[in-house]
Every structure is written in structure tokens, then in C-alpha cells.
Design a protein around this ligand. Structure first.
Ligand code: AHG
Ligand code: MN
Ligand code: MN
Length: 337
């Protein structure tokens, strides 16, 4: 079998398909290298030096969430890897209140990188899948990359997005706006190897993912939609649905990329004041870009996620994404009410 590494795939995207330039190629390679470092750190678990990498860091992030040691470590790995290459103007992360401009001692590049360094961090201590999510924007001419304003671009402006899922295998899923490709980490040689091109999400599904414990807090359209799914073959949908919830968006989205499905994290009475649970800039937008590039759809229920004009780096939004016909069904419940 001909093995195509991530490096070769990116060279071909640059040289033959003209989809990326050398700086964006470097950027993606560097993010992939950082993800390898994160995979290694995760894999050491409790036997890592200095007391292991599991458990709490003892600090909170800007969103008031307790940081795990691996949240902090993964953020540092991504920052350090991406600082000096000359491909970036700045970075924003779930774990940093303010954007991080590239220090003056390094050359400045044209791109902005946003990331959720460790997604699903409540899964770390139970040895269940976690991930990294990233999104790439251009830094507008004259914008200051240490300020939020530079990053305030809708998801339609993304030039690349991806995620790495750290499960039984480590897989990198990537789009540069030319479909979606999947790479599997060969742990022996340390390279990501192309394992699937042109991923396509089936348009229809019988599988949904939502945190059912929030049911009493949901708004009416979501309550009605889930009631109709639960009533199965004798209900209005006329078929039985199955449910899955990994509690790491990366892993739930990865299942949808693999076999279809719908993922919902709607706004509810608990998260109303914050605008939702998931973050637009480094969770919802990159996942929406990937899902759309694979023929799926991503909405808040009433608006295409990638068309939201952001107002803050840590802004939260309701998320409904996956198989496009099923996403359209959810939107129709919002239309009815
Ligand atoms: P993070 O670990 O980056 O804060 O993200 C966690 C998110 C997302 O990955 C997941 O879908 C969701 O939170 C899980 O929420 P519940 O705790 O409601 O299951
Ligand atoms: Mn997350
Ligand atoms: Mn996170």
C-alpha cells in the first residue's frame, strides 16, 4: 500500500491543487507535531514524571472552569510549538483570557490560530477519548493580534480547521476547504499517515447525541424534537433512534464523521446567560467547517454557525450539527415554534 504522510498530502495541496501556501502548510505541520506531543503526554498518564499528568492543575481558566493538568500542558505545547516558526501573528485559546501575540523576537506571519487544546477534559481521569480542536484565520491587515478584534471573523473566513482525537488510535481530521481528510498516527515512525480522503457524512441518521440530563432546562423546540425521536417507530418520525454521548465533542463529532449522526448542545436555562455551553471560535466554528466540508450541516437551530459575527473570543453558542437532513429536521422544529 502506498503510504502518504501528512507532509506529502500538504505538499500536494500546495503544489498540485494550489489550496494552501507554504506558511499554512508549515502551520498545519506544526499543529500536528504539537498534537503528537499531546498524545505522548496523555499516553503517560499517571506514570509521567513529577507525579503524572492526571488530575487538577489547581487553577481556573477565564471561564471559571477548573483546569486539569493536561489542559494547561496541552496549551503550553501548542503555544511553544507555534511561536517561533514565522507563520503566525497570534493565537487564542480556551485556556487564555487574552490572545497571545507572537513575541517581537520572532518573525510575524499572516495567520491566526485558535484552539481548544484539550477537549473533553472530564474524560482524562477515566481514560476515555479526548481531543484537540483548531481553527485558522487570516490576520486582517493592520490588525493588532494581541487584541480580540483581530479574531472577530465569522467561521466562513476560516482557511483551515481540524481536530485530533486521542483514542485507541490518534487521528487527525483536517480541512483546508478542499474536503476532509483523515490521518492516523503511526506511533513507531511518528508520522500521521493518510487513512481516508473525501470523508462524507451520510445525509440521514438514526443516532443522536445530547446530554439528556439537561432535558428539564431545554427550550421547547429541542424538547419536542427529542420527544419525537424517543417515541421511535410508532411516533411521528416512524423509526427507532439510538443514543450516544461520549462527553467530548471531538469524539462525538468523530463518530458522526465516521458513520453519521446528530450532535446537539442546545442553549438551556442553565447556560442562557452565557449564550450556550460550547465556544464559537475554537469548538463550534472549526467543527462546523469540517462537518460542512463533509456534506453535513451545522446550525444554532436558527442560524448557520459559520455565519455568526463573533463578539468575543470566548463567546458561546448553541450547536446542532451532523447529518444534513437531520439537522434540517431540528431547524424545522425551531421554525414551528
Ligand atoms: P472542554 O473539556 O474543552 O471544556 O469541553 C467540554 C465540552 C465538550 O467537549 C463536550 O461535548 C461537553 O463539554 C460535555 O458536556 P457535559 O459535561 O454536559 O457532558
Ligand atoms: Mn472543549
Ligand atoms: Mn478544552
Amino acid at each position: 500500500m502506498r503510504r502518504i504522510s501528512l507532509s506529502r498530502y500538504l505538499i500536494e495541496e500546495q503544489r498540485e491543487r494550489g489550496k494552501i501556501n507554504a506558511d499554512l502548510r508549515l502551520l498545519i505541520e506544526v499543529v500536528a507535531r504539537a498534537c503528537k506531543g499531546i498524545a505522548i503526554a496523555i499516553g503517560k498518564g499517571a506514570i509521567a514524571e513529577n507525579g503524572g499528568v492526571l488530575g487538577e492543575a489547581g487553577s481556573d481558566n477565564v471561564q471559571g472552569e477548573a483546569q486539569k493538568k493536561l489542559d494547561v500542558l496541552s496549551n503550553e505545547i501548542l503555544l511553544e510549538a507555534n511561536e517561533w516558526g514565522g507563520h503566525l501573528a497570534g493565537m487564542a485559546s480556551e485556556e487564555m483570557e487574552l490572545p497571545h501575540a507572537i513575541p517581537n523576537r520572532y518573525p510575524q506571519g499572516e495567520y491566526l490560530l485558535l484552539f481548544d487544546p484539550l477537549d473533553g477534559s472530564s474524560n482524562i481521569d477515566i481514560n476515555a477519548p479526548v481531543g484537540t480542536i483548531f481553527s485558522v484565520l487570516r490576520c486582517p491587515e493592520g490588525a493588532d493580534p494581541s487584541q480580540n478584534e483581530a479574531f472577530m471573523q465569522p467561521g466562513t473566513e476560516q482557511v483551515a480547521a481540524g481536530y485530533t482525537v486521542y483514542g485507541p488510535t490518534t487521528q487527525l481530521i483536517l480541512t483546508v476547504g478542499d474536503g476532509v481528510a483523515s490521518f492516523t498516527l503511526d506511533r513507531e515512525c511518528g508520522s500521521f499517515i493518510l487513512t481516508q480522503e473525501n470523508l462524507q457524512i451520510p445525509a440521514d441518521t438514526k443516532e443522536f447525541a445530547i446530554n439528556m440530563s439537561n432535558m428539564r432546562h431545554w427550550e421547547a423546540p429541542i424538547k419536542h424534537y427529542i420527544d419525537d425521536l424517543l417515541s421511535g417507530s410508532t411516533g411521528p418520525r416512524g423509526k427507532d433512534f439510538n443514543m450516544r454521548w461520549v462527553a467530548a465533542m471531538v469524539a462525538d463529532v468523530h463518530r458522526i464523521m465516521t458513520r453519521g449522526g446528530i450532535f446537539l448542545y442546545p442553549i438551556d436555562a442553565k447556560t442562557q446567560s452565557k449564550g450556550g455551553k460550547l465556544r464559537l471560535m475554537y469548538e463550534a466554528n472549526p467543527m462546523a467547517f469540517i462537518v460542512e466540508q463533509a456534506g453535513g450541516a451545522a446550525t444554532t437551530g436558527t442560524q448557520r454557525i459559520m455565519e455568526i459575527q463573533p463578539t468575543g473570543v470566548h463567546q458561546r453558542v448553541p450547536v446542532v450539527l451532523g447529518s444534513r437532513n437531520e439537522v434540517a429536521v431540528v431547524a424545522s422544529y425551531y421554525g414551528k415554534s
